[in-house]
Design a protein around this ligand. Structure first.
Ligand SMILES: NC(=O)c1ccc[n+]([C@@H]2O[C@H](COP(=O)([O-])OP(=O)(O)OC[C@H]3O[C@@H](n4cnc5c(N)ncnc54)[C@H](OP(=O)(O)O)[C@@H]3O)[C@@H](O)[C@H]2O)c1
Length: 340
């Protein structure tokens, strides 16, 4: 049995869901994968805790009214001050939200984790948008893994399919519905709601964020295709190079007119390879029924890969919520520590 210590940074919606899965799936990790992931530390904005025992107190796993009074908890204790080199290395799981421009605070956390010999699994896109090459190189030169499935459509497998299942093919084009919120809005507008009504409903259901700007203006999809293109094609593309269209200016009436012509309006992330040039864009596209993404409804996501030797390969589904994101991080951890 491989024993793997886990340090979680960020105990918000995704971090909490991750902790639940760590308990819920422990017998599967041990039985099926012969890996025992055990929590060794936890950090949030107000402080942190790091302990030596293998079994953590229950209070660390559950919503945290009593966290601040728990044993080992230190107010103001930051991950950057953690004496990591004194611990046998495992995996640092990052569930913070960082700025896309600077990558902080996650950037410093990933740098420290890798420099201390720990693998990293991140749901935080910020550091990967701002310092992708540096971080990937830092992990590679140390023989460590830096995985970020939760940043590239989370529960919908994207990077893994491209790198593993499509290995040896040339991926000519990628088309994705990569944002559950915008697909939910467009679906509901097609069914009769106005943009405002659909947004209100999505907020009430916990699908849309209180401030949905990043989603509806296409930024979230742009970030995802940026990370996909950098990972799959190794290109140095920047966020500002992506041609980007949002959906906030579109009315329910326009969506329904398009539906009346037998098409479904979708906000797509597009990557195309033409000779040696890679183009990235986020666009509203009316899809006909013979496109596999036509049938992706509600908060569901989907991705199509057009390849030279395997033809069109489509993946649809994957839950768009914190539990789905946490499950994607668990998948990354299993893939780091298990060789099939
Ligand atoms: N929600 C989803 O479905 C989803 C899906 C895929 C990816 N993601 C990504 O996952 C990340 C987390 O999302 P979330 O929804 O869980 O966010 P959240 O609920 O706002 O939680 C963020 C957590 O980060 C902690 N934090 C903030 N600043 C920190 C700092 N300087 N040092 C240490 N911890 C700090 C917060 O601490 P406090 O608890 O002390 O406030 C909080 O626990 C984001 O990057 C998001 O984009 C989310």
């Amino acid at each position: 049995m491989k024993e793997v210590p886990v340090i979680l940074i960020g105990k918000g919606k995704v971090g909490q869901a991750f902790l639940h899965l760590l308990i819920e799936k422990r017998s599967i990790f041990r039985g099926k994968y012969q890996v025992d992931f055990f929590l060794q530390g936890i950090f949030r904005s107000s402080g942190g805790a790091l302990w030596r025992r293998k079994e953590a107190q229950e209070v660390f796993f559950f919503p945290d009214e009593q966290l601040e009074s728990a044993e080992y908890w230190q107010a103001g204790f930051n991950f950057l001050d953690a004496p990591l080199k004194k611990y046998s290395p495992g995996v640092v799981v990052l569930a913070t939200a960082s700025l896309l421009e600077t990558g902080e605070p996650g950037l410093s956390y990933i740098r420290k984790a890798l420099a201390s010999g720990w693998h990293v699994v991140s749901a935080d896109k910020g550091p990967l948008v701002s310092h992708f090459r540096e971080l990937v190189t830092a992990a590679k030169t140390r023989g460590l893994s830096l995985k970020y499935s939760a940043c590239t459509a989370a529960a919908l497998p994207t990077v893994d399919v491209a790198l593993t299942s499509l290995a040896g093919t040339e991926i000519i084009k990628i088309e994705g519905i990569l944002n559950g919120t915008t697909n939910y809005l467009l679906t509901r507008m097609g069914e009769g709601l106005s943009y405002e009504e659909a947004l209100e409903e999505a907020k009430n259901k916990g699908i849309a964020e209180p401030d949905p700007t990043r989603d509806v203006e296409g930024w979230d999809t742009a970030v995802k295709i940026l990370l996909l293109a950098r990972t799959i094609y190794g290109v140095e593309v920047k966020l500002e190079d992506i041609e980007r269209e949002g959906m906030s200016g579109i009315s329910g009436e326009e969506v329904r007119q398009i539906a009346g012509r037998g098409r479904a309006l979708k906000l797509l992330g597009l990557i195309s390879r033409d000779q040696r040039k890679i183009s990235l864009s986020v666009k509203l596209v009316p899809l006909s029924k013979n496109h596999p993404l036509f049938f992706v409804q509600g908060a569901e996501k989907g991705i199509c890969f057009t390849t030279d030797t395997m033809s069109l390969v489509t993946v649809i589904g994957g839950k768009s919520d914190p539990r789905g994101a946490a499950a994607a991080m668990i998948k990354d951890m299993i893939n780091i520590f298990t060789r099939f």
